[in-house]
Design a protein around this ligand. Structure first.
Ligand code: OXD
Ligand code: MN
Length: 589
């Protein structure tokens, strides 16, 4: 399929090591994908779902010990440990290559190696980057065909160019003790072994589009971020774009596909989804920051997705979707998960494959991290700019977390530098859904803790550099939101979901100089009159509480921030230290 010498030499080296029985190039044609689906069904790797109710949909079950990303087995192998920084696991590249070569040796004997050329971003866009993933899993091929642009068009676009990300995945025997997800940023190389779970093996996503891309972005002057991108259309038909970063379990996919409250819909407001997980951002010729979503599909968490919580996500899964580790309704070969509706199937296959009566079953029918892989074009609110090779101009960047008491519903950073500090101090409190103690603060700068492919301190520096390259009036304004503020008796004060649109409207009004704000120790806050609460059952007092800043709680957080930043030593940019001092001084007044 190609004469590209770099590609062919690398492929030879990898096949010599893995020793597959055959090698198949993925050309991206529907005929070839259909053959692979049939083969996966014949071997039991995939199960065909009800063609009438879920056309083109398949089911896949992973090993029970292989159901999530494995951060403790994820490595950034830069030449020196300092380049990887204190947050990432590190091993010297030579040592890691040697260790992994021994594991890959002969790992594909008796298996087929598939060669998947893929593009992150629309093929040929100035934002886009090409990768080639070698894998012995048909599940990976079929997921990559949804999540990225694959096949002949991509390899043609690459031509003789030696510049592509070299990705190798072998499922081997899915042994968790020898599972490794390894990035070699200086070599644009990703090696993944002993897993078959999406986040560890769809190498275009977290491994390339965040870890490798963040490294490339730093060197090339652009940004790879763990952000959704949405367009908000006003009744005049103007669309403004927002990108937003949240740690997991904070409703990122829901915000990306938000349905405005009825009274705003009636006025003509609409939300358009550009992306739900990753944004690549570059400064455009006009000096503004532009974003693309490098992905072509959604790899979303199924449990909790319902017609009520996220109608658009659910609709996206109705055809040509792969479901992983959800439950099956054996009566009609459809799928079910906790939170879909109140009718678990009686005759159910639970996610591990056990046959159970779903109506009386006590455990989870679907794994809490079960997923759908759905084509973005299925989404009823997909933006018409989704394929725009030049991306969309970003007016506002929003950071968020889950904080019961600390962060108010929304505040604005005073300027870019302060905004970078707001992102760098992002944190979330653990929920009952995760194992371990509830309410523990986990710092997750820009929601990138598991995804920065180099030293996090230098990543803060890169954010600051990007700000210096944009005029203040052109750079996106930066905000922080918290949908999870609680009253003293433990109740959520804000309804969330579609009503978050009310906060987005204040944010965009601020960007256009149309809304007021008041100074506070932490940044610029709306007053109770600035947030439109039409039709909401929320009192002025409650809104006041949502917007309040408790200095004592904040000073405690400052102590936690100091401890967190201490690990970066002298590498922490001076601007971050300065902002921390300003915050502490403001709170101590
Ligand atoms: C994801 C994640 O799967 O952030 O998107 O873990
Ligand atoms: Mn994510």
């Amino acid at each position: 399929m190609t004469n590209n010498k770099t590609v062919l030499d690398w492929l030879k080296e990898m096949t010599d090591m893995c020793k597959p029985s055959s090698v198949i190039w993925i050309d991206g044609s529907e005929a070839q994908l259909e053959e692979l689906r049939a083969e996966a069904v014949s071997t039991g790797e995939m199960i065909k779902l009800n063609e009438e109710k879920l056309p083109g949909c398949y089911y896949h079950r992973t090993a029970e010990n292989d159901v999530a990303r494995v951060e403790d087995r994820t490595f950034i192998c830069t030449p020196t440990e300092e380049e990887a920084g204190p947050i990432n696991n590190w091993m010297a590249p030579d040592k890691m290559y040697a260790k992994l070569r021994a594991l890959y040796d002969g790992s594909m004997v008796g298996r087929t190696m598939y060669v998947i050329p893929y593009s992150m971003g629309p093929v040929g866009s100035p934002f886009s980057k090409i990768g080639i993933e070698l894998t012995d899993s048909i599940y990976v091929v079929l997921n990559m065909a949804i999540m990225t642009r694959i096949g002949k068009a991509v390899i043609d676009e690459l031509g003789d160019n030696p510049d592509f990300v070299k990705c190798l995945h072998a499922k081997k025997d899915v042994n968790p003790d020898e599972r490794y997800i390894v990035q070699f940023p200086q070599d644009s190389t990703i090696w993944s072994i002993n897993s078959a779970y999406g986040g560890n093996v769809l190498l275009g996503k977290k491994c390339f589009a965040l870890r490798i891309a963040s490294y490339l972005g730093k060197n090339e002057g652009w940004m790879a971020e763990h952000m959704l991108i949405l367009g908000l259309e006003n009744p005049q038909g103007e669309v403004k774009y927002i990108s937003a970063a949240f740690p997991s379990a904070c409703g990122k996919t829901n915000l990306a596909m938000l349905i405005p409250p009825e009274y705003l819909r009636e006025k003509g407001y609409k939300v358009w989804t550009v992306g739900d997980d990753i944004a690549w951002l570059r400064i455009g010729p006009d000096g503004r920051l532009y974003a693309i979503n490098p992905e072509a599909g959604f790899f979303g968490v199924a449990p909790g997705t319902s017609e009520k919580t996220n109608f658009n996500a659910l609709e996206s899964t109705k055809k040509n979707t792969i479901f992983t580790n959800v439950a099956i309704n054996n009566d009609d070969m459809t799928v079910w998960w906790e939170g879909l509706d109140k009718n678990p199937p009686k005759n159910a296959t639970e996610w591990t494959g056990k046959q159970v009566d779903g109506t009386t079953y006590e455990g989870n029918l679907a794994h809490p991290n079960s997923r759908f892989t759905a084509p973005a074009i299925n989404c009823p609110c997909i933006s018409k700019e989704f394929e725009n090779p030049d991306g969309v101009p970003i007016s506002a960047i929003v950071f968020g977390g889950r904080r019961a008491k600390t962060a108010p519903l929304v505040y604005q950073a005073r300027d870019w530098e302060h905004g970078v500090f707001v992102g760098a101090t992002m944190a979330s409190e653990t929920t009952a859904a995760a194992t371990g103690a509830v309410g523990v603060v986990r710092r997750d700068p820009m929601a990138m803790k598991p995804f920065v492919g180099y030293n996090m301190a230098d990543y803060f520096g890169h954010w600051l550099e990007m700000g210096k390259k944009m005029d203040a009036d052109k750079a996106p304004k930066i905000f922080h939101v918290n949908w999870f503020r609680k009253s003293d008796d433990g109740k959520f004060l804000w309804p969330g979901f579609g009503d978050n649109m009310r906060v987005l409207l204040w944010i965009l009004d601020r960007c256009e100089g149309k809304a007021d704000a008041v100074e506070s120790p932490i940044g610029l806050l709306p007053t109770v009159d600035d947030i439109d609460t039409t039709g909401l059952d929320i009192s002025k007092e409650e809104l006041q509480e949502l917007l309040s800043v408790d200095k004592k709680v904040w000073l405690e957080d400052v102590e936690n921030q100091k401890e967190y930043f201490a690990q970066f030593g002298d590498r922490l940019p001076a601007e971050i230290k300065k902002q921390l001092e300003i915050l502490e001084a403001n709170l101590s007044k």
